[in-house]
Design a protein around this ligand. Structure first.
Ligand code: NAP
Length: 279
């Protein structure tokens, strides 16, 4: 089976490519240098020429704070770029997997978000990713929309690495405790996508995030505990760390057991981390 992957050089892209290749898929790796998704003709021609069995679309403009001032690029990549892929895949009757985000929700719910819950983004990035969801739904009925959250992986800048670096170089640290969500290891997300494809699950929206939930503070605490890092960790409020983009306070999604619990995933990530760093 032939898979065309966008955003192959990104944090998720690395793990997605590795997993699918290890399972015997032929993976066509694309990123901005050889498939700029904002160029409609390039996208149409590439999909027509390659005729993959499925497209996994992980490419995105992912700078959440930057999107607040660079709305045009965020929408061009996440909205129009995704629409180009949705049109090109539909023209060739190819299913598409679109990686989306918990930021399509406003975070006011008090119980885990379900795929069919009302969407209402509170920042530009969330808005632009939602435009991508709408484009996929409009043009290609053969779609999996996989909403994920709080991603970390061995091949990208992420919260786990930031905490290890800060915790090892400071005596004390304040981390936001009033935002809760579901940390997700990119490798688990890749496995969840593989599961949907291999089991020919019904097309639609899925929540592919880590199981369970925590706050950023709780996440940091677990990282320090597992890495045996001694630092005075203190909880704080969102207001103490103002950021350009609003973040949903409550970002917990029901994942229907598509990914393992976040604590187990973190253990897995950390146990492989040193190996990855030295190779
Ligand atoms: N990170 C998170 O916490 C998180 C949470 C929820 C959902 N997601 C979604 O998960 C997916 C993967 O995220 P990630 O953190 O792995 O992203 P990432 O590391 O930023 O990777 C995204 C990739 O897309 C590429 N890209 C950007 N513009 C492009 C264009 N016009 N054409 C083709 N490729 C382009 C980027 O290239 P450059 O680096 O050269 O720009 C990069 O290689 C994204 O769809 C993201 O929206 C992420």
């Amino acid at each position: 089976m032939k898979v065309l992957l966008t955003g192959a050089n990104g944090m998720l892209g690395h793990d997605m490519a590795k997993l699918f290749e290890s399972k015997g898929f032929k993976v066509i790796l694309t990123d901005i240098h050889n498939l700029d998704i904002t160029d409609k003709n390039v996208v149409i021609n590439k999909i027509f020429k390659e005729q993959p069995d499925i497209v996994i679309h992980g490419a995105a403009y992912t700078n959440v704070d930057g999107a607040e001032t660079d709305k045009e690029t965020a929408f061009m990549v996440n909205g129009a770029g995704t629409e180009n892929l949705a049109i090109a895949t539909a023209q060739n009757d190819i299913p598409i997997v679109y990686i989306s985000t918990d930021y399509v929700f406003d975070g006011t719910k008090k119980s885990p978000y379900q795929p069919e819950d009302k969407v209402a983004p509170i920042n530009v990035y969330g808005d632009s990713k939602l435009a991508g969801e709408a484009a996929v739904q409009k043009h290609n009925s053969k779609h999996y929309i996989c909403r994920t959250s709080w991603l970390y992986g061995h091949h990208g800048k992420n919260f786990v690495e930031t905490m290890i670096q800060l915790g090892s170089s400071r005596d004390e640290l304040k981390v936001v405790a009033d935002q809760v969500g579901c940390p997700t290891w990119t490798f688990d997300l890749a496995k969840a996508v593989l599961h949907l494809i291999e089991n020919k699950m019904e097309y639609g929206i899925y929540h592919t995030c880590g199981g369970g939930s925590t706050s950023w503070y709780g996440f940091a605490k677990k990282i320090f505990e597992l890495e045996k890092i001694k630092v005075n960790l203190m909880p704080c409020n969102t207001e103490e760390f103002p950021r350009p983009a609003n973040r949903p306070r409550y970002s917990i999604m029901n994942n229907n057991n598509l990914c393992q619990d976040w604590e187990k995933a973190l253990e897995g990530y950390l146990s492989l981390r040193k190996e990855v760093i030295t190779t």
